[in-house]
Design a protein around this ligand. Structure first.
Ligand code: PRP
Length: 188
């Protein structure tokens, strides 16, 4: 992990801070959805590390499913919001209480698309849970029901978040050195 950490300018959220906050979120979600048919919908790929810790902090029965979205027309550091579904849910969400699990909300465009799409499938309720939220970058208003951390407008990687598919395995959320996305990673 040492070589990946070399590319990190600073750690924004430590492993301990992540785990403490996720435990709190799991408690809140367990209370809010008690006796309800809860289905967590994880948006791949970034949300997968958060989901795996969040489900272990939720102590009520629930199911999980996955969607993969492709965003195109953007850059390596920003999504365009022009999205299409690469992999759809396996299960019907009709009359179920759906909680979307995301790693980060930036402009809000991706989730706006997903919400619009899922609403047409008649869930009993549809709410949003994100680990990270960048309110200063919002272009479209998104109703965030559960947010782990509001963060400043810096390019973050780790704990599911990537740059060019790398860094997702870092156990913390860190700010990537700008030299990496300006000059590329040193692989030697
Ligand atoms: C990230 C993140 C959200 C989206 C947020 O996904 O997981 O889905 O961008 O950006 P927005 O609010 O500006 O639309 P990304 O496209 O990087 O895919 P990934 O999860 O596979 O890394």
């Amino acid at each position: 992990m040492a070589d990946l950490q070399h590319d990190i300018a600073k750690i924004l959220i430590t492993r301990e801070q992540l785990q403490t906050r996720i435990a709190e979120m799991g408690e809140t979600i367990s209370r809010d959805y008690k006796d309800k048919d809860l289905l967590l919908v994880c948006i791949l790929k970034g949300g997968v590390l958060f989901l795996s810790d969040l489900v272990r902090a939720i102590h009520i029965p629930h199911a999980m499913d996955f969607m993969a979205i492709s965003s195109y027309g953007g850059t390596r550091t920003e999504s365009s919001g022009v999205v299409r579904i690469l992999m759809d849910l396996n299960t019907s969400i009709e009359r179920r209480n759906v909680l979307i699990v995301e790693d980060i909300i930036d402009t809000g465009r991706t989730l706006t698309y997903i919400i619009g799409n899922l609403k047409t499938r008649n869930p009993a309720s549809l709410k949003i849970c994100t680990l990270l939220n960048k309110p200063s970058r919002r272009e479209v208003n998104v109703p965030v029901d559960y947010a782990g951390f509001d963060i400043p407008n810096e390019f973050v990687v780790g704990y599911g978040l990537d740059y060019d598919e790398i860094y997702r395995n870092l156990p913390f959320v860190g700010v990537l050195k700008p030299s990496v996305y300006v000059h590329g990673r040193e692989t030697e």
